[in-house]
Every structure is written in C-alpha cells, then in structure tokens.
Design a binder for this molecule. Structure first.
Ligand code: WT7
Length: 636
C-alpha cells in the first residue's frame, strides 16, 4: 500500500494512525516514493517547539524546480503544465507545456543571474495573474533566490513595507494589469513604492497592457529583450532541504506584516502530498484553483503542489464577474475542468446572481469542488453542491493558513463522507488539539476550544523573516509545546472538525486575512482622527465586513461626515489596499476601554452585529457611559 494516494476510508484511518505512531517513517516513505533528491537526508526530523526550531529532511539536497519541471520532461513534456485563461474571453488561452515551462523558467532564471541575483537574495514579485508570475516564481527557485510575492492589489505603501522588511534587491512587475473592464497602472504603484526602497537596484518589467510607463534609467528594464538573449538552459542550484524557498507576508496583531518563511524540502513534500489526496488528482485531469498567486493558496495549489504532481493547472487572470457572472462556469466548460477550488466569498457572490448563468454551461467534467479561506456557511455549501456539483461532486472544505504551507484539515473526496460547514478530519501527519482557556487540552468529542497542532508537519513555516522572536511569541507561546493557529474550532460526535473563526485580532474579509492593527494605524494617520477601533460584522457576501469606530480630534470641525468617511477609506486604500476598506464608519466620542487601557473589542463587535441584548461582562470597563452613547448613535 502506498502512503501517497489514499483511496478508501479504511485506508485513510490506517495511514492516519501510522502517521501519528511513526511520523518520521511515514513522511520518509512519502518523500522517498515520489521526489527527486540529489542527496537523501541524514535525519527525517528534528524539532523543538520551545525555540522554536523545526528541520525536516536534514542535509537532503534538491531543487524544487527539478521536481516540478525537469522530472516530468521524459514522460509529460508535451502535456500542458499551465493553462492560462486571460481576463478577456476573446483573447486566446495559452497552453504552456512542461517543455515550454522548462525553457521559459530557465531563460528567466538566466536573466535573474545576469542582473546579479544570487542564491539567498530576496526578489519581490508584484505581478498580475499572467504566466510570467509563475515563471518568475519558479525562476527564483531555480537559482535559489528567495521569492517574496506581493499580491498586486496591495498599495504602494504596503508594497514598500514588504520590500524593505525583507530587503529585496529586485522587483519584478508589469506595465499594468487587467481586471475585468479596468486596467491598473502597476508600474506607477511600483515607482511610488520605490521612492522609499533604497535597496532595490533593478526592476524587471513585463509588458502586459502596452501602456505608456516611466522607465527609470539604470534601474528599470523591459524583461522581453533580456529573455530573447538568454539561454534556455540553466543548471538548477542545489539547495539544502532547509534552505529558504520563499517569504509570504500575512497580517498580524501589530502594524508590521509578518514575513512567513517557508523552506524547500518539507514544503515540497507537503504541498505535493496534500494536492494529490485532497483533489484526488489523476493524470489527465485539468485542475483549477481560482486564487491569486499573491496568496499562499496560489503558491501551494496553483504552482508547487500541482506541478510537483505533473498536473495541468489553470491560471485565470480575470475576475468572476467579467464579462458576466457566468465566467467561472464558462471556463469550466471550455477547459473541461475536473477539480475546481475557490473561496466561499466567490460562491456567495455568484449564488446571488441568476442561476441561469450556471445552468447555461456544461459542468459535467467536474469531479471535485473545493473551498478555502474562511468558514463556508450552510447556504453557500448547498448552493455549490446543488448548482455547480449537481450533487455528484464531493466538496472539500479545506482549512489551513499561510503559516501551515498546505491543507491541514479536509475531507478526502470519495473517501471521507462530507458534512456541510465541516472541514472534517486532519490530513495524515496532522495532530490537532483543542485547548481550553486554562491551557488544558480538551479531549473527547462534542467539545470546542482553541485549535492547536501538537506535532510538526513538513509544510509548516520555519520563522518570521528577520524576527524569530515574533514567530515564537505569535505561534508557540499561547500553549506550551504546541503550534497555536489563532482559530477556534469544535469537534463533533464523530471527531469531525468545524472551524468557527478567529479568536484573535485578525478578521477574514472575503477570504482575505486582515489584521485590525494596520487598518487602525492607517485611519489614525488621518489628521482629523484621534483614535479608532475596527471590528468585523457579518456580511452576506464577504463573510465579514469591517465596521470602524472613529473618534475625531475635534468633533465640531468636520461637518461633512460623508466626505470624511470617503477620506478615511481613501487613506486605508492608499496605505494597505482597497480590500481593507470599511463598510461602515461610526464617529464616536470615545472608545470602550478596560482599566488597563485596552479597547474592549468584544463589546464593539456585539454592537456592530446588532447583538446588544447581552453585552457580557462589562465590569472591567473604565467608561460604561461611552458604550451607551455608541449604542444610541449606532448606524442603521
Ligand atoms: C485563516 C488563514 C488557507 C489559505 C487561505 C487563507 C481561515 C482558511 C478556512 C476554512 C474556516 C478558514 C482561518 C485561518 N480559514 N480556511 N476552510 N474554514 N476558516 O490563508 O490568509 O493565512 O488565513 O483563514 O481563520 O486561520 P490565510
């Protein structure tokens, strides 16, 4: 029996038990069965969650692009690796075979080298969903440069912060991007960011929208002429299993984003293994994940996981609503997609549209449907099941995080019976624990608690770039000897997990992980603002939307409140990006605080979600009168 591809529920339990009893043997067998190692490891695992230090496949040597590309050349050289679907349905799709990908990645890698990029250097990639994004990511990995992809919806300030945090030497971008009927001036955003980034020596620019842009002499170059000159052979850099592969930023409880650091060997094994099992991928399937490569979902399940399995992975440039809200289904029909992986927010938005837009298309190719990024509510689950899956496609509700590198809790389709709103069971190798307020593990079923993981897994992040202490404080300090996820969860009568949401200061809006602190910082920079607090409140499409309580310095001064609201949102848009804009802004005369000066968000959350019948314990409030006032003035 192979550990790699689980085909029955009995087999799941067998494999799972083995993975808990003998984790090292389990992962060693997976790693040996399916990958190309230049040298095998001396030791499968060493770990210490107190330091924390986690090492998988110590001293093994490999290059992940050899596993994702070269290894497939003799059997799959003409198979489509990346199937790119452009924003405009009238523009032809691009079928990039494994052989094409090999040449394109090698050329790009040689261009990076010619620009002085070496192993260990950080390269920031700020690109739309075009093939060059995947090519640039893989080109970095080919030469051992550490990629830091920044989602191309982030503002210039957010981009600059990320570039500087990891001292990137180079930025790869494009002249612009298409999003539905709009085009966006990406190069302009990069130019603005680079005014504050003295460490960036060069900028490579991909041509996408043919706009007039500014090219700074000595810094900026069009990439195409360099690619034309470059050799299409590039010997892969041989990396240690624990050498860094990439940095990806996620928000946290302070204004500074956390650069999660992922390494090479374990990440490869984990994303490949989970991809194969969670999507039950078969050789000729066409797989599509609608995420952006700017998020971890795109790293692990558009690029690395699928390519490590020799899969055909669809990459879509556009948005679900352009030219109309049938676009996803049109693409499924056009490319005969077999596995479709998207976010609950997209499902909820599309479920609001005329169902004829789904029924119009032939979706019979679909076998497996996936969901990721936030809890999927019952209504959205059933709509997905009925109208997209026609009740014959299992829905895999996959719970995981930027920090976990890959899927942690999920049904295995055709193996694990699904249950709406439940992510169900842990993947092999994953040992969840629910913890109570006193730091004790809650055993047994029909219980809830804070979700932790008790044992390392190969895909987990190894550090926060430049701030290992923060890695320890955030993830390994709340509960002794455990990784703390920041989520709450419950375990039902058969042991299935349901993720109930964040228990910290992170709010998930449309599947995007937003920290309250950076948004509050952005608002507080407005000259009229004294202080602010952000909370989430339920929203029927976004899952959560943001509600801001804003205290002005001088209430009398600003008479035009609507204009001030616009200015505050513009401020957020400039500092972070449009995804962090507030849906509601209430001006208040004060914020409820504890005697130690902490804002009592719990109360503000209740007011924002109109759940004020029982505000809970308010005895530690310093200023109860403020709460009364906020409730009186609450926005309708
Ligand atoms: C947070 C991580 C995983 C890639 C995309 C988001 C929430 C994620 C689910 C799910 C309920 C989920 C959690 C988690 N989340 N998937 N299936 N059910 N909640 O990555 O931006 O790092 O966010 O997203 O709260 O902690 P991320």
């Amino acid at each position: 029996m192979s550990n790699y591809h689980i085909k029955s529920f009995d087999e799941y339990y067998h494999v799972y038990r083995k993975s808990v009893r003998e984790p090292e043997n389990f992962w060693e067998e997976v790693a040996e069965e399916h990958f190309l190692w230049r040298k095998k490891w001396d030791k499968v695992l060493s770990w210490d969650f107190n330091k924390p230090e986690i090492k998988w496949f110590e001293n093994a040597k490999l290059n992940i692009t050899e596993n994702c590309i070269d290894r497939h050349l003799h059997i799959r050289s003409d198979k489509t690796a990346i199937l790119w679907e452009p924003n405009d349905p009238n523009e032809p799709a691009e079928h990039i075979t494994y052989k094409d990908l090999y040449h394109r990645v090698n050329k790009f890698a040689n261009v990076l080298k010619s620009q002085g990029i070496q192993k260990g250097d950080r390269v920031c990639i700020y690109l739309p969903m075009i093939p060059e994004l995947a090519v640039a990511v893989l080109a970095c990995a080919r030469i051992g440069a550490i990629h830091s992809v920044v989602f191309a919806g982030f503002s210039s300030t957010a981009l600059a912060t990320r570039i500087n945090d990891s001292t990137c030497k180079m930025v790869i971008t494009s002249d612009g991007s298409y999003r539905g009927s709009k085009s966006i001036d990406l190069k302009g955003i990069v130019d603005a960011a680079l005014e504050d980034c003295p460490g960036v020596a060069s900028v490579l620019v991909v041509k996408r929208i043919d706009s007039e842009i500014n090219m700074k002499e000595g810094r900026d170059q069009w990439v195409q002429p360099l690619l034309d000159e470059a050799s299409d052979i590039c010997t892969p850099e041989i990396m240690d299993a624990e050498d860094p592969l990439f940095i990806l930023y996620t928000s946290g409880s302070t204004g500074r984003p956390k650069g999660m650091l992922h390494t090479t060997g374990g990440y490869m094994v984990y994303t490949a293994y989970t991809f194969k099992n969670v999507f039950q991928y078969r050789e000729d399937d066409v797989y599509w994940c609608t995420a952006d490569v700017g998020w971890i979902t795109g790293h692990s399940y558009i690029i690395y996981g699928p390519l490590a399995n020799g899969a055909t992975t669809v990459m879509f440039e556009g948005v679900p609503s352009y030219p109309d809200s049938g676009r996803f289904w049109e693409i499924v029909q056009k490319h005969k997609v077999n596995q479709f992986y998207t976010a609950p927010t997209a499902i909820r938005a599309l479920a609001k549209e005329d169902v004829g837009l789904v029924e119009k298309y032939d979706l019979s190719s679909l076998k497996v449907l996936g969901s990721v990024g936030e809890p999927i509510n019952e209504e959205a689950w059933h709509w997905y099941d009925n109208h997209v899956g026609k009740k014959k496609c299992p829905i895999v509700d996959t719970w995981w995080q930027t920090e976990t590198g890959g899927i942690m809790v999920s049904p295995i389709p055709f193996v694990t019976p699904t249950k709406p709103t439940y992510a169900t069971l842990p993947m092999p190798g994953i040992q969840p624990a629910l913890m109570d307020e006193n730091g004790e593990e809650v055993k047994g079923n029909q219980v809830d608690g804070r979700l932790c993981i008790k044992f390392p897994w190969p895909g987990m992040a190894r550090s926060v770039w430049g701030d290992h202490q923060r890695f320890k404080d955030t993830y390994f300090s709340a509960f002794e000897n455990k990784y703390f996820t920041g989520d709450g969860a419950l375990r039902d009568e058969v042991g299935y997990y349901r993720i109930t949401g964040r228990v910290d200061d992170v709010i998930i809006v449309s599947g995007h992980n937003l920290g309250t602190a950076p948004i509050e910082d952005a608002i507080n920079e407005h000259p009229a603002v004294a202080e602010s607090a952000i909370v989430g409140f339920p929203h029927d499409v976004k899952g959560n939307a943001l509600y801001g309580y804003v205290m002005l310095k001088d209430i009398g001064e600003y008479r035009d409140r609507d204009n001030l609201r616009k200015e505050i949102n513009q401020q957020i848009s400039d500092k972070i990006g449009p995804i962090a804009k507030l849906d509601k802004i209430q001006f208040v005369s004060g914020l409820p605080k504890t005697r130690s000066g902490k804002i009592m968000r719990r109360i503000l959350r209740k007011i924002a979600s109109k759940d004020t019948a029982n505000l809970g314990d308010t005895s530690t409030l310093l200023n109860p009168d403020v709460v009364e006032k906020i409730m009186e003035d609450v926005l309708v």
